[in-house]
Design a binder for this molecule. Structure first.
Ligand code: HEC
Length: 124
């Protein structure tokens, strides 16, 4: 009796595990950090930097060719985005504010790192 129950149970457990694996695979878990960063970039940063990060006149700068982005390490860029660069900052070149977190204060450091990893894929 016990043996029969076990032989029935084993394949069932296997099916449940397989279903769980598939559900995870099609969800957000299968996305790379750069994929997640792209979605966040489009939501928050594209308004000023453009959907392709090539910049918009009078708004954000081109991030694909930015020497600043190239020079900074990933943690340094997360730090930079957290703080922004106000028009009053001597390092500001456009006299337009780069807002802290691009104005989306809900962004976490993990999300900012995802955005940085996405920006790395755009660099030329
Ligand atoms: C409200 C408009 C605006 C938004 C939204 C915005 N930025 Fe900016 N960003 C700017 C401006 C303007 C500058 C240029 C500042 C200057 O003149 O030095 C800038 C500069 C930068 C720089 C430095 C580039 C360089 O070469 O000096 C980085 C990196 C950057 N932004 C990343 C981001 C990221 C990532 C986001 C989204 C989280 C974002 N920005 C959202 C306006 C914006």
């Amino acid at each position: 009796m016990a043996t029969r129950a076990t032989t029935l149970l084993a394949p069932m457990v296997g099916i449940v595990l397989l279903a769980a694996a598939c559900a995870g695979g099609s969800g957000a878990a299968s996305k790379t950090p750069a994929d997640r960063g792209k979605a966040l970039f489009v939501q928050t940063c594209a308004a000023c930097h453009g959907p392709d990060a090539k910049g918009m006149v009078g708004l954000g700068k081109d991030l694909t060719t930015s020497a600043f982005v190239k020079e900074q390490s990933n943690p340094q860029l997360v730090d930079f985005i957290n703080k922004g660069r106000p028009a009053t900052d001597p390092a500001n070149t456009t006299k337009v504010d780069m807002l802290p977190k691009g104005g989306n204060l809900a962004l976490t450091d993990t999300q900012l790192m995802d955005i940085v990893l996405y920006m790395r894929t755009l660099q030329r």
